[in-house]
Design a binder for this molecule. Sequence first.
Ligand code: NDP
Length: 476
Amino acid sequence: MEYCNLIGGEWHETAQSVANVNPSDLSDVIGHAALGGADDIESAITAAHAAAPGWAASTPQQRFDVLDFIGSEIIARKEELGHLLSREEGKTLAEGIGEAARAGQIFKFFAGEALRQRGEHLASVRPGVEIDITRQPLGVVGLITPWNFPIAIPAWKTAPALAFGNAVVLKPAALVPASAHALAEIIARSGLPEGVFNLVFGPGRKIGAALVESPRVAAISFTGSVETGRGIAAECGRRLKKFQLEMGGKNPMVVLDDADLGIAVEASLNGAFFSTGQRCTASSRLIVTEGIHDRFVQALSERMAALRVGNALAPDTQMGPVVDERQMAQNESYLQIARDEGGAVRGGERLNRDTEGFYMAPALVTDTTNAMRINREEVFGPVASVIRVKDYDAALAVANDTDFGLSAGICTTSLKHASHFRANAQAGMVMVNLPTAGVDYHVPFGGTKGSSFGPREQGAYAAEFYTSVKTAYTQP
Ligand code: NDP
């Protein structure tokens, strides 16, 4: 399968292409993705720029019909799309199908939002003058997406962009071209006018950077690493371009003495290791009070040892492989750093399976302090560490002692502590007796501090990023 660029409604091959390899089976080459260059991204921006005014003038019904078509088809094909996603990214089949369904639901949600384009009418302080406040499309938006949610993140950026009347150039992550291509193929048949949605594959440092630098791209929405996000922020700041960043996390899961042990262990297992820990919302710091610490570590270790790590497409697999060798090496390097700093590591070994892939046992690092690098920097793999604390106050202080602020969880049966934590955890999302990862599709997603920048993604709040507000004064 060749994954071509979609530019101005036409599929374009490039002279060179890149193999898309299954991380569960390195002998399985799923397809080849175009390797776009400067000309391709310029053509895509030109096509989007030409199509933007027409789409900005489209009716809510036209936008609804397009988004509803896309959402319906994704949901109808969620098993096939989920299979493709798991094959190229390595999350389990259940997770892949769940993600595909979520992408469809997101398009359905924004189909509804397209019908609900609201404004405000206010009386002026001046007699006889009327004021209307409306939301306007931005023009062309550049969407840069990571590999860990190959269809959901392109969906949660593309759907609101289109719903609010913008044209799109999508630059997906190099590691996961098949899901982005499948999404683009559906969009291309949705009735959306040609050029409103464009897809360009190619190296982020060239293609992504060209999107950020282009004066014809009005705004950039990015999800990925902190380092790339900082570079995009600096460039957009220099150009006074609107931007939105979703980056890493070092998400705390607090477990108090009064927690239901079963709930705490399952929430931590899910939050830390599902999707192979490759989630920005993963529970990477398990902050546990003294009275439950040993029982919690024992029970979690037993559950981890029983997790079935294997081929993402095998029905009984509970944790798929790491996405690639670079990520595997990063995970191993952080485990070594943790050992060097005095942590005790359980698990984390490379595993052999029937097919050659990047299999890694889930790892738990105990005896850590919050000052250690394992607790300060995002690993982005099946690695969690445990920090023992005296009581709730100490737990909250440690939870908030981080540069990040995406998601924070607490397991407790105390209403008092749960309420206090909800109010005082420095995070964009707070979970009580639930994993830090796993969120609904119709409500805002995003964080504070170094995790996010700009307006929230998803839900009705997405309008903040994908529109600008116009205040019109009229003397009839
Ligand atoms: P990156 O931040 O490098 O990539 C994210 C997206 O940005 C990709 O589409 C990438 O393209 C693109 N990109 C890369 N460089 C630039 C640039 N200079 N200008 C514009 N766009 C660019 O993350 P990686 O995929 O390389 O992963 C590296 C690490 O980042 C991971 O190990 C993990 O720690 C973290 N990460 C965090 C995520 C999160 O959700 N918090 C998601 C993914 C990664 P291309 O793929 O072609 O390089």
